[in-house]
Design a protein around this ligand. Structure first.
Ligand SMILES: Nc1nc2c(c(=O)[nH]1)N[C@H]1C(S)=C(S)[C@@H](COP(=O)(O)OP(=O)(O)OC[C@H]3O[C@@H](n4cnc5c(=O)[nH]c(N)nc54)[C@H](O)[C@@H]3O)O[C@H]1N2
Ligand SMILES: Nc1nc2c(c(=O)[nH]1)N[C@H]1C(S)=C(S)[C@@H](COP(=O)(O)OP(=O)(O)OC[C@H]3O[C@@H](n4cnc5c(=O)[nH]c(N)nc54)[C@H](O)[C@@H]3O)O[C@H]1N2
Ligand SMILES: [Mo]
Length: 745
């Protein structure tokens, strides 16, 4: 049982305002659980402040949280269920009641289940908002199908590669240690700051990804941490780094292998850790020896002396940590990059030591809700038909690219219905959105649950459900994916907007209609109590003691203490008890289990023919301060910061194409084109351009098929679907080719 002293109330009065202590983690979207104080009066939120007593965020807030009042009370919010009245793509809708909406859902689900089997229903979602477990339970228990997962995120190229890689090489999940495991944070006597951190393909001050706050690194820097940044762009952190490796997009495995090679050659390895806890050192040494600094420079454009300096700084700093971003897995060779980075932790003995890379939350009982919630409701023969796990051993549920092909071809069986919740795949998540449109237009029934009308809803949904924001919702911080760590906390409802229902309410309503045995709860609070059962507190107790969130006990060096394996023996929770320096699953399926480098299939080196027409390397989607993916474009104070989609171009490159700052430019390759505004900047390599993702214009409301101007600016039209890495994971969101030219009016 976890302890949680009650210190102060969760709600109080301040003058005319009620102040509610809660947490903001979707909707709108983000990856975190920052503590907020919500000032409200008469069902209106007027102000948000950071809650200084929540150790996760210590009162810090980003501009999107500060703008929450403008988001939740935005006139464009969906406030009642809508049933399509015209053709798909047309802005014609009928207002209906929730009961009518549920009748429609029930009728369609039962019909499809009976005629085509539950597997004909796909339930798709976006990145880890605070509802991943809800969508999973809905799919498995209400629809009784395991065809669920990320909405056309090609190669599951966000986090799934990391989770899969770590689960199979050493059986755990690792994060950089910035003291986040302790409620007393930097003052905890067991913790020390990393002497050095590598920030790899990550811009955490902007993105705060995966429940990891960028400012934690700055707190470490104040305590002496030095930085190495590996990024094609000079980010805020790169500008403060001891060493910045300006890598060519997609060549990260070569850089990682180069670092490994230098560290082994110079004798900077931690022999004790290698001998006692790892497997595969000799083979790794041999493999890495192919990656001399000269060769790595040729591949990656990283000068060899800088590579050596980075290797020395990382290896000689004890402890040291690596913080990695999504850019390491958004290339076909992403799995190689991940194995090689994991090898770096092990070679330098930085695994599960204070200030190193720590194994978080080994104890399954602190996962709320349980992993795979509802999967027992999928019958074995339906489970067997899930699109993905048979083809790709790392895939547990639906594989996005296989799902897309199946929707297009009805092979091996037809998909008839899709339920989309918290995702906008046409504008943002999917590669090749025109293919997605074509595939989904073939379905009989599409439901979409969101806070706003989106291009995807407009193009495809037959029924749109209005969803409550984080301020309109009773919930708990959940931990579903098995990697995002955060203390268990309450989300407390402050206001009601229109007829909006929370994702929890929708789950419970739909579940109780379709399969009441698996939804034995009368209301959301009972369901939350059930979810919390192993922690020893109820939702009400969690809320009322909100000041101190639930922290699970944390220990270092768990592999030495027998704390990682179910049998209680020392070692790691892998097939051989070791931290494997290769991927055992790759070995099992006949792939090269050690990291290696292969040129991206579309690069100036692999395709000199294409390079004549498309000379620039294209990376996309570096995160914006004011937006979470395709969200927030409606909010004037956020839009003001970034009014239009922009493509970063080096001034020399721009000059050679006669492009000036602020010009609209076409970005084009063999698959299509879109336009964005030129942002001239010396922070980017002249051979590389960086385009924004997730753009549409909510203000462009046209009743006939315009989809809010989305096709004009959607960079994902230049990306292929189904071009995955060898194991079915990873995809080239960040390594393609393009040309740019000015839009002539
Ligand atoms: N504000 C905001 N925050 C977000 C999101 C958002 O949309 N907005 N999205 C969330 C999601 S789902 C995710 S996955 C995370 C991602 O968050 P991050 O991991 O920070 O991802 P990005 O900002 O896309 O890219 C990080 C850095 O990688 C660099 N980069 C690009 N290509 C390469 C490459 O080939 N190699 C290397 N080494 N670096 C490269 C970019 O220049 C950029 O500085 O952010 C989350 N947080
Ligand atoms: N070109 C390019 N494309 C990319 C990326 C890139 O780097 N480059 N990054 C990719 C990555 S890493 C990811 S993870 C995907 C992310 O893709 P998604 O997670 O699908 O993000 P969005 O497309 O913005 O769709 C999210 C929708 O959910 C709604 N929403 C927000 N919160 C809630 C909630 O609590 N409940 C419900 N029901 N709805 C909510 C929002 O209003 C929004 O319409 O994008 C990918 N797309
Ligand atoms: Mo992501």
């Amino acid at each position: 049982m976890l302890s949680q002293p009650r210190i102060s109330p969760w709600q109080w009065q301040e003058g005319e305002y009620t102040v509610t202590r809660t947490m903001a983690w979707s909707g709108p979207g983000c990856h975190n659980q920052c503590g907020i104080l919500v000032y409200s009066k008469d069902n209106q939120v007027v102000k948000i402040e950071g809650d200084p007593e929540i150790p996760f965020s210590e009162g810090r807030l980003c501009i999107r949280c500060l703008s929450l009042p403008k988001v939740v009370h935005h006139p464009d919010r969906l406030t009642y269920p809508l049933k399509r009245a015209g053709k798909r793509g047309q802005d014609k809708w009928d207002r209906i009641t929730w009961d009518d909406a549920y009748d429609l859902i029930e009728k369609n689900v039962r019909k499809i289940q009976k005629e085509f089997g539950p597997e004909a229903i796909a339930t798709l979602t976006g990145t880890g908002r605070n509802i991943t477990h809800i969508v999973h339970k809905l799919s498995c228990s209400a629809f009784q199908s395991a065809n669920t997962g990320a909405a056309f995120l090609s190669g599951l190229a966000c986090y799934v590669p990391k989770i899969s890689s770590m689960r199979t090489t050493f059986g755990g999940f690792i994060v950089a240690d910035c003291s986040q495991m302790f409620p007393d944070r930097y003052d905890n006597p067991e913790w020390v700051p990393p002497k050095c951190m590598i920030i790899w393909g990550n811009d955490p001050v902007v993105s705060n990804p995966d429940s990891f706050m960028g400012y934690w690194i700055i707190e470490c820097m104040k305590r002496g941490t030095r930085l190495i940044v590996i990024d094609p762009r000079l980010t805020w952190m790169a500008s403060r780094a001891d060493v910045w490796l300006q890598v060519r997009p997609g060549t990260d495995p070569a850089v990682a292998l180069g670092l490994i090679n230098i560290i082994i050659n110079e004798g900077w390895v931690d022999l004790d850790f290698i001998d006692n806890w790892t497997d595969g050192f000799d083979e790794l040494k041999e493999r890495a020896s192919e990656y001399t600094p000269e060769k790595v420079e040729e591949i990656s454009w990283v000068p060899k002396d800088k590579l050596v300096r980075a290797a020395r700084l990382y290896a000689e700093s004890k402890p040291a940590a690596i913080q990695w971003g999504v850019s390491v897995e958004q290339h076909q060779m992403g799995m190689s990059t991940l194995t090689a980075i994991q090898d770096l932790w092990a070679l330098t003995g930085n695994v599960d030591v204070p200030g190193g890379n720590i194994v978080n939350r080994p104890d399954i009982k602190y996962y709320v809700p349980p992993l795979g919630w509802g999967i027992e409701d999928v019958s074995p023969d339906v489970l067997e038909k899930t699109l993905g796990p048979k083809e790709y051993p790392f895939c547990r549920y639906a594989h996005p690219d296989i799902m897309l092909e199946t929707m297009l071809t009805d092979k091996p069986y037809p998909i008839k219905m899709a339920w989309l919740q918290a995702t906008n795949p046409l504008a943002n998540m999917g590669s090749d959105p025109k293919k997605i449109l074509k595939a989904m237009q073939r379905l009989d029934f599409i439901v979409l649950a969101d806070l706003f009308m989106t291009p995807t809803a407009m193009a495809l949904a037959d029924l749109v459900l209005p969803v409550a924001s984080a301020l309109e919702r009773n919930s708990i911080r959940s931990e579903f994916v098995g990697g995002w760590w955060g203390p268990v906390r309450a989300v407390n409802k402050v206001i009601q907007v229109g007829e909006c229902k929370s994702d929890e309410e929708i789950l419970l309503d739909v579940g109780r209609r379709l399969n009441p045995d698996s939804f034995p709860w009368e209301n959301v609070e009972q369901m939350l109590d059930w979810l919390l059962k192993d922690t020893g507190v109820t939702f009400k107790e969690l809320r009322e003691g909100e000041k101190k969130p639930l922290y699970a006990p944390f220990h270092y060096k768990k592999h030495e203490k027998g704390m990682l394996r179910p049998d209680g023996l020392p070692g790691f929770n892998s097939h051989n008890g070791k931290f494997n320096l290769y991927n055992p699953v790759f070995k099992k399926i006949g792939l090269d289990p050690f990291p290696y480098y292969e040129e991206p299939p579309e690069s100036p080196l692999s395709r000199p023919d294409l390079a004549k027409e498309y000379p620039l390397v294209l990376t996309t989607g570096a995160r914006s301060w004011s937006y979470f993916h395709s969200e927030h474009r409606q909010v004037p104070q956020l839009r003001e910061i970034e009014p239009d989609p922009t493509i970063e171009i080096h001034p020399d490159t721009a000059a050679s194409f006669n492009i000036k700052n602020g010009d609209w430019v076409w970005i084009e390759n063999q698959r299509g084109r879109c336009r964005q505004k030129a942002a001239l900047t010396p922070i980017i390599d002249p051979r590389v351009v960086n385009a924004k993702h997730g753009w549409w214009f909510p203000e462009k409301q046209d009743p006939e098929f315009s989809l809010f101007g989305m096709w004009d600016v959607n960079i994902n039209q230049l990306m292929p679907a189904g071009h995955n890495g060898p194991s079915g994971l990873c995809a080239p969101y960040k390594s393609l080719m393009c040309k740019i030219y000015r839009v002539e009016n």
